[in-house]
Design a protein around this ligand. Structure first.
Ligand code: ASP
Length: 358
């Protein structure tokens, strides 16, 4: 025993001497750096009591406080926060989309930034995630995240959603997959993720399914997006300065065709028809839409049905009327793509190509 101790002490002295000569380099691998760009929403919300899961004020808690509330983030990445806006997402405008997109793009150009998380209200999260997916030219992970309950509520979902989003943004496996949405353990594509229930924590989904899941600090993948996005997109946030006006008109029984005229009069360059069924147009509204198209405004047939896709020349002769179909994009996603498409072209054929490709 005595011999062993003496031997160990000798080894220690020898090691210390060696260390004195050679500078010690830390061997811990560098943690990735993730920037959280906060825009408000329920994930930054606060209610009067812990029983208030649905009645609260969105966009109250600053990003630094959100980050400080999850010390476990330090195990995953070097995390820093930026407060882009502090708004409820129903108040997003085109100007805000452009401002946010430009900031995300600039951050991802920094060599020291490995990924970006955008915290966002859930109401228009599907629009913003699709917009970023179409316009930010980066392979680095961009993850959009929200919550359905404010942090002050019992069983609040924001902490774990944000933690999962940072795990994803820090993960090399998330590179090149387009903008991702992290909600309720699911990894969804920002292209087709949509809010499908307005009250439960499992609010987001896609008719095409999740791409994967985040469980205990690990991303598991099962699918990959096939539509054009980010690096392969022809739209570039860095060169965009404004977006043209596009409006949605909702289809229903006994709808008023005067709504289309109102949208065109308000300056819409394209009208998304959120039609019944297969983007159907009532017989009494066809002439109005033909007249509007003849006046230069594009008519894009989408559907008010959450799932499925609109088939060209099926319910209506789109070729004959020079209309476009929105493929599987819901009206609000179609609105985003139409606005971007119109910054590039006024040709119906080109618009339709874009709706097939993105
Ligand atoms: N109205 C809120 C928002 O979109 C809802 C939410 O974040 O869940 O900002």
């Amino acid at each position: 025993m005595q011999h062993l101790v003496r031997g160990t002490a000798a080894a220690f002295v020898a090691m210390t001497a060696a260390c004195a000569q050679t500078p010690v380099t830390p061997v811990t691998p560098a943690k990735p750096t993730v920037v959280i760009v906060a825009t408000g929403g329920t994930i930054a919300g606060a209610g009067a009591t812990s029983a208030n899961s649905a009645t609260y004020q969105a966009a109250k808690v600053p990003v630094d406080k959100l980050i400080a509330g999850i010390p476990e983030l330090n195990n995953v990445a070097n995390v820093r926060g930026e407060q882009a806006f502090q708004i409820a997402s129903e108040s997003f405008t085109n100007e805000k989309l452009l401002q946010l997109g430009k900031r995300v793009s600039a951050l991802l150009k920094e060599p020291g930034v490995d990924g970006v998380v955008v915290t966002h209200g859930t109401d228009t999260l599907e629009e913003t995630s699709f917009f970023l997916n179409l316009t930010v030219h980066s392979d680095k992970p961009i993850v959009v995240v929200g919550s359905m309950r404010p942090g002050t509520a019992m069983s609040a979902d924001g902490m774990l959603n944000l933690y999962d989003a940072v795990v994803l943004a820090a993960s090399p496996s998330a590179r090149g997959k387009g903008v991702l949405v992290s909600m309720n353990d699911d990894i969804l594509s920002g292209r087709d993720a949509a809010k499908r229930i307005n009250i439960k924590t499992g609010a987001f989904g896609s008719q095409w399914g999740a791409l994967g899941m985040v469980v205990e600090n690990q991303a598991y993948w099962f699918r990959a997006p096939v539509k054009r996005h980010t690096m392969k997109s022809e739209f570039d946030i860095d060169t965009l300065t404004s977006l043209p006006e596009v409006q949605i008109v909702y289809g229903s029984g006994n709808m008023s065709p005067a709504m289309y005229d109102a949208a065109a009069k308000a300056g819409a360059k394209a009208i998304i028809h959120a039609g019944t069924g297969n983007g159907s147009v009532p017989d009494y509204a066809v002439e109005t839409l033909k007249r509007i198209r003849a006046g230069g405004v594009h008519v894009i047939r989408s559907s008010r049905i959450a799932d499925g896709f609109v088939i060209r020349n099926s319910e209506q002769p789109d070729d004959k009327y020079d209309w476009v179909v929105a493929h599987d994009l819901n009206p609000q996603k179609a609105k985003i793509l139409a606005a971007l498409a119109l910054t590039k072209t006024n040709s119906t054929a080109e618009l339709q190509r874009m709706f097939w490709e993105y």
